[in-house]
Ligand binder design. Sequence first.
Ligand SMILES: *Cc1c(COP(=O)(O)O)cnc(C)c1O
Length: 340
Amino acid sequence: MAKNIDWGNLGFEYSVADYRYVSTWKDGAWDKGELITDPTVHISECAGVLQYSQSAFEGLKAYRTEDGRIVTFRPDLNAQRLIDSCKRLVIPEISQEKFMDALDQLVKANSDLVPPYGSGATLYVRPYIFGSGPVIGVAPAPEFQFRMICMPVGPYFKGGAKPIAIKVSDFDRAAPHGTGNIKAGLNYAMSLYAGQQAHAEGFAENMYLDPGTRTKVEETGGANFIFVTKDGKLVTPKSDSILPSVTRRSLMYVAEHILGMEVEHREVLFSEVPDFVECGLCGTAAVISPVGKINDHGKEICFASGMDEMGPVIKKLYDTLTGIQMGHLEAPEGWIHEIK
Ligand SMILES: *Cc1c(COP(=O)(O)O)cnc(C)c1O
């Protein structure tokens, strides 16, 4: 494939890479796995994923450092989270080693799709696993595929991160004791309608409250919340139905151990949100999106950081974490995995 890619003008869109990784589970075991060139999946018309949504996924990025190496950020946490998702969805588990082997093979084979340092673009890697064998009675599929694909994507914010406005949703993202804490494809299918409504009303995202009592902050459709208090503490909601974001967990570590901030991981009442001075959404795609205001059924909560730029504390967190990812700042032990 000719690599005449305009790295500066990439969006967040699917494109067909040269290679993808696939491994199949059949008769009680995963096969060795291999790279293939066919971008089309051939499965039963009655596959478990098509009938009963038996699927889970992950998302991470590979990027080029200033000295030309290709690295990924804490992929062991994505592997572990996929294993947790598999357990909950009765999908045969893959091992951490298998995940890392697939990642290394995939990124290496598609290395000319890893954007150059400084372009702002990255190689987005999407691991996923699904029931490929036929089921009609409700049951786990008899056959599964573990796949990993990748595509170069542009910087999430072209021209800097502008604060967004979000709304409090009347829908729930996850049920108590449901699948909110795993990366199941079905969670996203469920959030599409609510997301479309928020967009139609001019909001970038939905804030979901806890489905049990509707008094506590959970997360958005695809990112965890972080808040900053007046006295400079980092506060982030804790709940069994929040997806454990790798970015959020990394920011908590950076805040406490590198920036010397106090960090609170606890239940956050919606009623205390107006007391915070900064708010952000965190996830792999954007790292942190600053939130300028939250609309609660017509009532606005406006953060002191405003609608023009990131607040100072969130900016410091953002610069430190992206500095570690890009190799400008020393990374904590084990955070950077080089693809060789
Ligand atoms: C993937 C995801 C996130 C972000 O997780 P990262 O590991 O930081 O990318 C947050 N919330 C939900 C619901 C997600 O699916």
